[in-house]
Design a protein around this ligand. Sequence first.
Ligand SMILES: C[S@@+](CC[C@H](N)C(=O)[O-])C[C@H]1O[C@@H](n2cnc3c(N)ncnc32)[C@H](O)[C@@H]1O
Ligand SMILES: O=C(O)C(=O)C[C@]1(C(=O)O)C=C[C@@H](O)C=C1
Length: 236
Amino acid sequence: MIDKVFEKSITKQFEFDEEVASVFDDMLNRSVPYYKEMQRLSINFACNYLKDEDYVYDLGCSTASTLIELSKHCQAKLNLIGIDNSEAMLNRARKKAKAFGVDITLINDDLHNIDYTNAKLILSNYTLQFIRPLQREKLVKKIYDSLQSGGIFIFSEKVISSDSTLNKQSIDEYYEFKKSQGYSEFEISQKREALENVLIPYTQDENIKMILDAGFSHCETIFKWVNFATFIAIKK
Ligand SMILES: C[S@@+](CC[C@H](N)C(=O)[O-])C[C@H]1O[C@@H](n2cnc3c(N)ncnc32)[C@H](O)[C@@H]1O
Ligand SMILES: O=C(O)C(=O)C[C@]1(C(=O)O)C=C[C@@H](O)C=C1
C-alpha cells in the first residue's frame, strides 16, 4: 500500500501504529535513501561472520523484511529472532515470514527487556534513533554484553552534522529526495513535526563514540548517504 499517512493534518506524534504499519514497507523505501542497498550491504557483511546454528537478533524488526532477506541470502542455517513492540508491525511480520516459508521467532516486547542470549549478530536498522538517549546508551551496553566474542553489531541511523550550515544543507538535500519520491511539501512538513522529539538523531561521531564507550573494539561506517548511515561494530 502507498504511504499517505501525512497527507492529512497531524493530531499526534509519530507512532508505529496500525496506520503506519499498513504502509510501512512503502514508507521506508520512499523515506530512507538507498534503503534496499543499505539492507543488501548489512546482510552481505553479516553473512561474512555467520555459521550454522548462530543466533541473530533484529532489534526493531518491523515487518521482518531484513530477517527474511538474510535467511534467503546466507548459506548458514540460522536461529532468527525479531523483536518489536508494535503488534501491528509483528502481525505483518508473521504473515510475511509464513508466506516466504522462513522460520523466525517474533517477540513483542520492549528492546530493554530482552536477553539477547548467545547472540552472534545483532542488527538494528533505524531503531536506536527512537530510543531516548540515556536508555540508548544502556541498550548498546546490553547489546555489547550479550554478544559472543567475535560478535557483530550492524546498525543504521539517521544522522545529523555538528556543522549547522552543513546540517541545514543535508536536511534540504534529504527533503529534495523525499520530493523525488512523490511526497508533497505538506506531507514532508507534517512528518517532520510528528517526528520532533520522537526520532532523536546523533552525529556519526556520537554514534561511534557510544559504541566504543560500550566496549566494542572497532566501529566504522560501511554506507552513508548525506544524513543516513550504516555502521558495523566488532566485539573482540
Ligand atoms: C524505523 S523502524 C525499523 C525498520 C526495520 N529495522 C527495517 O529495516 O525494516 C523502527 C521499529 O522499532 C520499533 N521500536 C521502537 N522502539 C522500540 C522499543 N523500545 N522496543 C521495541 N521495538 C521498538 C518500532 O515499533 C518500529 O517497528
Ligand atoms: O526522518 C524522516 O522524515 C523519515 O521519514 C525517516 C524515517 C526513519 O529514519 O526511520 C522515519 C520514520 C519512519 O520509520 C521511516 C523513515
